[in-house]
Write a protein that binds this ligand. Structure first.
Ligand code: 4FV
Length: 232
């Protein structure tokens, strides 16, 4: 499943172009018993299974030996800190990141001694940590120079500035009764920039007002926001 997802799109092309090197490790290859067990019953009873610590420790040892250094080890789990654009940018500066993916009820708690950060992509329970790992890889990869055609678009990615994105339109200018806002057809780039700022702020104020507390606003945006707040 992970290999398939990493063959596609922006990330797939980045791997082909050598901008990213992603290695996938099967924990069963780090087991010692003939059943290649990676999980076992929970101490204290209860439903489900727990992932054994030893195969994970052996896999981390092998990765450290191969990469020649202490990687940043992330465990994807609902118990983790919510994954953000800022975290993605932070991880993108690390030479080697290991994404440890849980299954079953999760991993043995003693594994956390080798984990730098626990990362959650949201308050829901998935059947495995692989999809969250792919989410992290995709978000982090966009910060790697050359991965996204136009680095400008990464800088302008919403959340890079802590705000929701402004509306996007493309041809045709009219669809049924719906016209593209005139300002976008005006060619007046100062007006277009101002309209986009306003739309981004209005959306953020309406849908995610808590983001405004930490958003890095410039003077023009602060003025627009005060104006919008007066209208609310
Ligand atoms: C998850 C999340 C997630 C929980 C049990 C894997 C599963 C199973 N990971 N954000 N939400 N993980 O649901 O990161 O082991």
């Amino acid at each position: 499943m992970v290999e398939a997802a990493l063959r596609e799109g922006v990330v797939g092309r980045a791997i082909e172009r050598g901008l990213l090197d992603v290695a996938i490790h099967d924990l069963r290859n780090f087991t010692a018993d003939r059943h290649r067990s990676v999980d076992d019953v929970p101490y204290g009873g209860g439903p489900g299974m727990v992932m054994k610590p030893e195969p994970i420790f052996k896999a981390l040892d092998a990765i450290e030996a191969r990469r020649g250094g202490r990687p940043t080890v992330l465990l994807t789990t609902p118990q983790g800190a919510r994954f953000t654009q800022a975290a993605a940018e932070r991880y993108s500066s690390r030479p080697n990141v290991v994404l440890l993916c849980g299954r079953y009820e999760g991993v043995d708690e003693r594994v956390l001694s080798r984990v730098d950060e626990e990362v959650s992509i949201g308050d829901y329970v998935l059947s495995g940590g692989e999809l969250p790992a792919l989410v992290v890889i995709d978000a982090v990869a966009r910060f790697v120079p050359g991965v996204v055609g136009d680095d400008q678009s990464v800088a302008e990615d919403s959340f890079s500035r802590g705000l929701l994105d402004f509306p996007h339109y493309t041809r045709p200018a009219v669809v049924g009764a719906e016209r593209v806002p005139d300002v976008l057809l005006s060619g007046n780039h100062a007006e277009i920039r101002r309209w986009r700022k306003r739309e981004s702020l209005a959306r953020t104020l309406a849908r995610r007002p808590e983001l405004l507390e930490s958003a890095a606003l410039d003077d023009e945006e602060r003025a627009i926001l005060e104006e919008l707040k007066r209208l609310v």
